[in-house]
Design a protein. Structure first.
Length: 113
C-alpha cells in the first residue's frame, strides 16, 4: 500500500507536461524592479526551477536570460512564476520561447538522458 506522501509525489510528477533534466547554471531574472542572478536546479522544454531565498510571487512575469552550456549563446524569454516558496525557489513557465530555442532545449534534454 502506497503512503499518502508517495501518492502526492506521484500526482505532482504526473501533472508535468515536460520531462525535466538537471541544469545548474546562472539565470538573470528581471521583474518587479528587481534584477537578480539566480541559479537553476532543472529545466524542461516548458520551464525551469530556480532556487532563491526570496523568489518572485506567484503569477509574476519575469524576463529570463540563461545559457545551457557556458559557450552557448544566451537564451532570453519572458516567463511566468507558477510556483513560489520563500527560502526554496520558484517554478517558472516559459511564455515566448522561440521555436529555435525550444529545439535547442529539446536537444539538450535528449543529451541529458
Amino acid at each position: 500500500m502506497e503512503s499518502e506522501e508517495s501518492q502526492l509525489i506521484k500526482a505532482e510528477v504526473e501533472r508535468r507536461q515536460y520531462r525535466r533534466v538537471k541544469l545548474v547554471t546562472q539565470v538573470q531574472c528581471e521583474a518587479l524592479e528587481r534584477n537578480e542572478v539566480m541559479v537553476t536546479r532543472d529545466v524542461s522544454a516548458g520551464g525551469m526551477f530556480v532556487t532563491s531565498r526570496f523568489p518572485f510571487p506567484m503569477d509574476s512575469e519575469v524576463s529570463l536570460t540563461f545559457r545551457l552550456h557556458p559557450t552557448d549563446p544566451p537564451i532570453a524569454c519572458r516567463a511566468k512564476v507558477r510556483f513560489s516558496q520563500s527560502g526554496v525557489g520558484m517554478g517558472i513557465q516559459f511564455l515566448d520561447l522561440s521555436a529555435e530555442m525550444r529545439e535547442v532545449l529539446e536537444k539538450f534534454m535528449v543529451e541529458g538522458e
